[in-house]
Design a protein around this ligand. Sequence first.
Ligand code: C5P
Length: 237
Amino acid sequence: MQQSFHPRHFALVPAAGSGSRMGAGLPKQYLPLLGQPLIRHALATLCATPEIDQVFVVLSVDDSHWARHDWSEMSPKLVPLFCGGPTRADSVLAGLRAIAHDVAATDWVLVHDAARPCLASWHVERLIRELGHDDCGGILALPMADTLKRADEQRRIVETVARDRLWRAQTPQMFRYVVLRRALESAHGVTDEASAIEAAGLRPRLIEGDTTNLKVTWPLDLHLAEWILLHREGVVQ
Ligand code: C5P
């Protein structure tokens, strides 16, 4: 694998989950949102961002939904990879392995959840601008606004967790290809890329995002996402 003096930026979108918490018959990434499959919104933003060279989408091996939609508007940047694994981290790692010949070791990879459809170009551009000269890389995140409670099995509060210096991790999460790949190859049970990087002894930076970049998890989130996309123009950046 070559080194690159002018590192490029690639997006990798894990979209091989089943989205069982939504309780819908369709995987979450294909649920209709403003008349389009949910995943299409974030892919459109990533493909339209000039700094991003290519957008790789990791689908499950037996995905039968992708081919039912027309993606031609977004090509040639968009590349589907049918190599997803049993967990999100497995899917990301499989995607990284599949693109090994397309990227240089020091190129940046921006991993973005298919389930965050309200990604805006200013989110991506802020991340790239702030981390361009960073040794480690980092993630979009939000400082905690709520007081946090830890519960027991009966849902009674056993502890109040101080919220100062606590952040909610979002995506994209941006790291150098080779660093991310090695970190994921050694990490187990991580739920985001930053955890793998932390486990490797590095300290990713937190770049403040905003609440519009929500993750669609529960049915109500679909309505919130729809409202955000419709009212996006009014959102202060
Ligand atoms: O289920 P959750 O919302 O945490 O999934 C986050 C992202 O990871 C989604 O875009 C989902 O499609 C993806 N994922 C994946 N492979 C899995 C599980 C989740 O690509 N096995």
